[in-house]
Design a binder for this molecule. Structure first.
Ligand SMILES: *Cc1c(COP(=O)(O)O)cnc(C)c1O
Length: 369
């Protein structure tokens, strides 16, 4: 077959489209003489909170820290349990472990790949403190039943929004459905910096303030340390970049939605399982993930033709060496394991050309006919 060169994601294009604005933003920070927190970070926090329809935003160093600090602010510590999806990026689990608490995996709904509300109550014990859904692949988790279960059992809800910038659940943006939402601005995310970055959003003033103190050595007043805090501040240079990128997030997400819509039509009826979008969901389409029983062979073929794909994620957290001490067995979380074996993320991003989308579709149709 004709050799192509369609990358999974073109990150440099995100800079080139905005080069004058990004260069000016970085120069503004350099010229300001102020390099930690300050006006640039404050301005981004206000703009991102408004975008997320949340009252508060606190800028942090990365998405893992955002999860860790948010769990700490919710009072999670040694001996506590936090309900997490069995299928997620390992950061979700690690943050729980870093608090001294135990991640309790719950399987996803195999149709949506998101935490299955029907399975949550069986995992709740007297030690459970928090339910931690992930808006995986940019598809909102089903928040109404999750929040109802949390309220019934007196639990907090922390949402991992690292893949969901701009998505809407029942018409309302992700940002404050639960008690607190964590964000990553890793370069490949829908809202990505040119380096590491993270944040939380919340409507709860007290949670926001606790995280604001935790990110800066547990200090409100310089050299006065109220709690044993961290150094996890959003870099003002990245905040300046993110302010530029935020102005185009809706436009870029609309391009992703257009690509997803082409895939949904063009890839139907050829032996792939395509993403399922419930009627209450407006996804951010961070990833476009298809399922195929011979995933590895399919990925190899596509690679040979020159179509870039990735696997999110090849090994579920419970089978990682990092969690060997927890003693999980293979087969214990079959849905997560099937996802790891059969899911494939195909090219998706705001700079994927429509012609290339059509090429991906026709290639799939040829391979799978
Ligand atoms: C990217 C990601 C994170 C971690 O973000 P970093 O900024 O890389 O630390 C956490 N959770 C999920 C679901 C992610 O996709």
């Amino acid at each position: 077959m004709h050799k192509m060169n369609i990358p999974f994601l073109d990150l440099k294009a995100t800079y080139l489209e905005l080069k004058p604005e990004i260069d000016a933003a970085i120069k503004r920070v350099l010229d300001s003489g102020w390099y930690i927190l300050g006006e640039e970070v404050n301005a981004f926090e206000q703009e991102y909170a408004a975008y997320c329809e949340a009252k508060h935003c606190v800028g942090l160093a990365n998405g893992l820290d955002a999860l860790h600090l948010a769990l700490s602010a919710l009072g999670v510590g040694s001996g506590d349990e936090v309900i997490v999806p069995s299928n997620t990026y390992i950061a979700t689990w690690l943050a729980v472990s870093h608090c001294g608490a135990t991640p309790i995996p719950v399987e996803p709904d195999p149709a949506t790949y998101n935490l299955d509300p029907m399975r949550i109550e069986a995992a709740i014990t007297p030690r459970t403190k928090v339910i931690l859904p992930v808006h995986l692949y940019g598809q909102p988790a089903d928040m109404t039943p999750i929040l109802a279960i949390a309220r019934k059992h007196g639990l907090k809800v922390l949402e991992d929004g690292a893949q969901g910038h701009g998505a809407r659940y029942k018409g309302k943006r992700l940002g404050a459905h639960g008690d607190v939402v964590t964000w990553s601005f890793y370069p490949g995310k829908n809202l990505g910096a040119f380096g590491d970055g993270g944040a939380i959003t919340t409507n709860d003033e007290e949670i926001a303030e606790r995280i604001r103190v935790l990110r800066n050595y547990g200090s409100r007043v310089k050299y006065v340390n109220e709690v044993r805090g961290f150094n996890s501040r959003l870099d003002p240079m990245q905040a300046a970049v993110l302010r530029v990128k935020l102005t185009v997030l809706d436009t870029w997400n609309a391009r992703r939605a257009e690509i997803a819509s082409r895939y949904q039509k063009g890839l139907a009826n050829i032996g792939l399982t395509l993403p399922f979008v419930p009627e209450w969901s407006e996804p951010a389409w961070h990833l476009y993930v298809v399922q195929h029983p011979q995933r590895d062979a399919l990925q190899k073929k596509l690679g040979e033709i020159g179509i870039g794909t990735l696997i999110h994620y090849p090994i579920p957290p419970h089978l990682q060496r990092a969690y060997a001490a927890a003693g999980y067995a293979k087969g214990q979380f079959p849905i997560a394991e099937q996802m790891a074996n059969q899911l494939l993320s195909i090219p998706m991003g705001p700079h994927l050309e429509p012609e290339d989308v059509e090429k991906v579709i026709s290639t799939f149709c040829k391979i799978e006919q």
